[in-house]
Design a protein around this ligand. Structure first.
Ligand code: KG4
Ligand code: ZN
Length: 331
């Protein structure tokens, strides 16, 4: 079964064709990052307009790359939420139009389910599993007892981890999106700043706004005293706290739920420090760990097409009155 997946929830216009939820046939990702970098963050109005300009080109290129036509496609999967409403609407209209014209089933996909299923492109998910979802908009621990069955066991109480990375990057003076740059910088530094380990309790929840504020305050205080902050060290100290709490709570969830399979998903899954820490702890605790290839950690159509296959098997279908959702629970 060939599924065409469409992703436009933020600042990437991406389309992909995936066979049976596991094999990627072709993917095109058109990122608007350079444009938004100029403003220091994603400007929703600009994002929607750029999706409008790009969506048909990206669909055509994806089919061309696969040497396929719409006649070869069995269904269309669309990330209809959560995300920026104007951006989502562009992908959704394209998906509905294709579904209507070519008479193909329309499969609604939750953006985070997509991130989770990016791992299915590495190898088929094994259950039960715990998924750590770490992106610009989400930080969640999800328990899955079988395909397309999501139980959220922990979430962030405030900022998402990617959001905290991007804000810390701005304080350090790095451009948007700063997450990858903080990651890179931290490798050159030492853990010298005394930052708190955030929400270090028995729950599976997270909180990153306190840690982010500590970085901002520390940086202001040092500047007021006329001291320069050592950027590498601040990046390293921040990253170590983030990685430590993410690793600690994920390992606790695995132990409490007696689960041996772990997957990591979302943009921050590209983080070298997090990957290394999870690899080390997984080996120590005999955990079967899967992380997507770096290019499939951030938003892409392949993850939507992969998730769409299992949503389809579960019977999820949408018709032309499907609406985009800025916020959406994962069910
Ligand atoms: O999943 P994603 O592409 O978009 C959302 O669904 O939010 O994630 C984007 C986020 C951004 O905040 C970006 O800074 C962060 O992922 N990110 C990273 C790294 N690569 C991307 N954060 C830390 N380290 C990285 N290497
Ligand atoms: Zn995402």
């Amino acid at each position: 079964m060939y599924i065409l997946g469409i992703e436009s929830s933020c600042d990437e216009t991406s389309v992909s064709i995936v066979k049976n939820g596991t094999k990627e046939i072709s993917t095109v990702i058109l990122s608007q990052m350079d444009v938004h970098a100029y403003y220091g963050g994603v400007v929703p109005e600009i994002a929607s307009r750029m999706h409008v300009e790009n969506i048909t080109i990206v669909i055509e290129e994806t089919l061309k790359k696969a040497k396929m036509t719409m006649d070869d496609i069995d269904a269309i999967a669309i990330a209809y939420g959560p995300g920026l409403i104007g951006s989502l609407l562009v992908g959704l209209m394209a998906a509905k139009t294709l579904s209507f014209i070519y008479n193909k089933p329309l499969i609604p996909v939750h953006h985070i389910a997509g991130h989770i299923y990016a791992n299915n492109l590495v190898k088929e998910l094994e259950f039960p599993l715990i998924a750590l979802v770490v992106s610009g908009g989400h930080t969640q621990l999800v328990y899955m007892k079988e395909n397309y069955n999501f139980k959220v066991i922990g979430s962030t109480l405030d900022d998402a981890v990617g959001e905290a990375y991007d804000k810390v990057a701005r304080v350090i003076g790095l451009p948007y999106p700063g997450g990858p740059l903080v990651d890179k910088l931290s490798k050159k530094g030492m853990d010298t700043y005394n930052l708190p380990l955030p929400l270090n309790d028995k729950s599976y929840n997270f909180s990153f706004s306190g840690l982010k504020s500590s970085v901002i305050n520390l940086s202001h205080n040092e500047r007021q005293r006329g001291n320069e902050i050592i950027k590498e060290n601040l990046a390293c100290s921040f990253q170590n706290r983030v990685v430590e709490i993410l690793t600690k709570k994920t390992m606790k969830a695995l132990k409490d739920y007696k689960v041996k399979n772990l997957i990591i998903a979302g943009g921050v899954a590209a983080n070298r420090g997090l990957r290394k820490s999870m690899e080390k702890e997984s080996e120590k605790n005999d955990i079967n760990l899967t992380i997507p290839e770096i290019k499939y950690c951030t938003d892409n159509g392949a993850m939507i097409a992969a998730a769409g296959y299992y949503a389809y098997l579960r019977g999820d279908r949408a018709d032309l009155d499907l609406n985009a959702k800025a916020t959406l629970e994962m069910k």
